[in-house]
Design a protein around this ligand. Structure first.
Ligand SMILES: C[S@@+](CC[C@H](N)C(=O)[O-])C[C@H]1O[C@@H](n2cnc3c(N)ncnc32)[C@H](O)[C@@H]1O
Length: 290
């Protein structure tokens, strides 16, 4: 039995990730992993992780960052890679095996209630913490994984206005479809839930962290290999995809109109290497004072 089954208390959001988002994330893995990497590769060389360290990667998804940490910490170190979707972790396990990385353990669990050992040097998350149903509980659990003095670094999106790769397509679709209702199914608080420096600082303080620092990272993001890929990605995922999904039959009826409107806007950002739009994140670091 997996850890998640043992906990036997999947939240509505965890179920949503497994049922709705896993197939879509898997289909658009090339955009998600390729794009999100721009926000981690800039900071990876500056992270306080060294050979022999023990690292936790929270909401690790397909596991590319966990494998990168596995290479940094080497045979004397180890990485615990946690995600609530085992289907993502299977990719991580296979990729780690393919590149001969043996020190990463992939575990299916809800991070918010995971009983961590407090023996890690570093805890990381690239775009995973924004989906915690209870952010303070999740951040506290992450802190509980750290030795005194250990560092937590998480990457989260800044506001939707700072992220036209998600905001612009949402506006296009909202010109045609109504906004999602209050009772729509979602993946959790959502990609922009940690955009406010003030609020996240409070959450981190309540969760017991010290020395909280924010660093802004801007990067162009490839949202599709081709115009068609970009349109289909937006209809499937993110805020535009949410509007589309929640509109149900109306979206299907208006599909061609939505497709044409998205194509017209996204075409403006087409290059020979794919469709590119701007994105912006916070890299937030804090210390476990012990
Ligand atoms: C946007 S994806 C980021 C994945 C990966 N870190 C990356 O950058 O490619 C968010 C990830 O967080 C995971 N996740 C969301 N809520 C979680 C929770 N409560 N516990 C564990 N994982 C969670 C999702 O399954 C998903 O893989």
């Amino acid at each position: 039995m997996s850890t998640a089954e043992a906990q036997n208390e999947n939240t509505e959001f965890v179920d949503f990730w497994n049922e709705i988002l896993v197939p879509k994330f898997t289909k658009y893995r090339h955009i998600l992993v390729g794009g999100l990497t721009h926000h981690s590769e800039k900071i990876f060389p500056t992270l306080e992780v060294k050979e022999g360290d023990k690292v936790v990667d929270v909401g690790c998804g397909f596991g590319d960052t966990a494998i990168a940490f596995g290479k940094i910490v080497g045979d004397e170190g180890s990485v615990l890679a946690i995600d609530c979707c085992d289907a993502f972790l299977e990719y991580g396990r296979e990729d780690a095996k393919a590149v001969g990385v043996k020190n990463v353990t992939f575990i299916e669990a809800d991070v918010q209630s995971y009983p961590f050992e407090a023996d890690n040097d570093f805890c990381f998350s690239r775009f995973g913490t924004q989906f915690f149903e209870n952010p303070v509980a999740g951040l506290r659990a992450m802190r509980s994984s750290l030795k005194p003095g250990g560092i937590m670094t998480m990457i989260v999106w800044r506001t939707i206005d700072d992220n036209p790769w998600l905001g612009m397509p949402k506006d296009v679709v909202l010109n045609i479809l109504p906004p999602p209702g209050e009772d729509g199914r979602t993946c959790g608080p959502g990609p922009f839930s940690m955009a406010s420096q003030e609020m996240v600082t409070k959450q981190l303080e309540i969760a017991g962290y010290a020395d909280i620092k924010f660093e802004r990272v801007d990067a162009p993001l490839m949202v599709g290999n081709t115009l068609e890929d970009a349109v289909n990605f937006q209809i499937a995922l993110g805020p535009a995809g949410e509007v589309y999904r929640e509109a149900g039959d109306l979206a299907i009826k208006k599909h061609d109109e939505i497709d044409a409107a998205l194509k017209a806007e996204l075409k403006k950002h087409e290059t020979p290497d794919g469709v590119f739009l701007d994105s912006s994140s916070w890299v937030i670091s804090a210390r476990n004072p012990g």
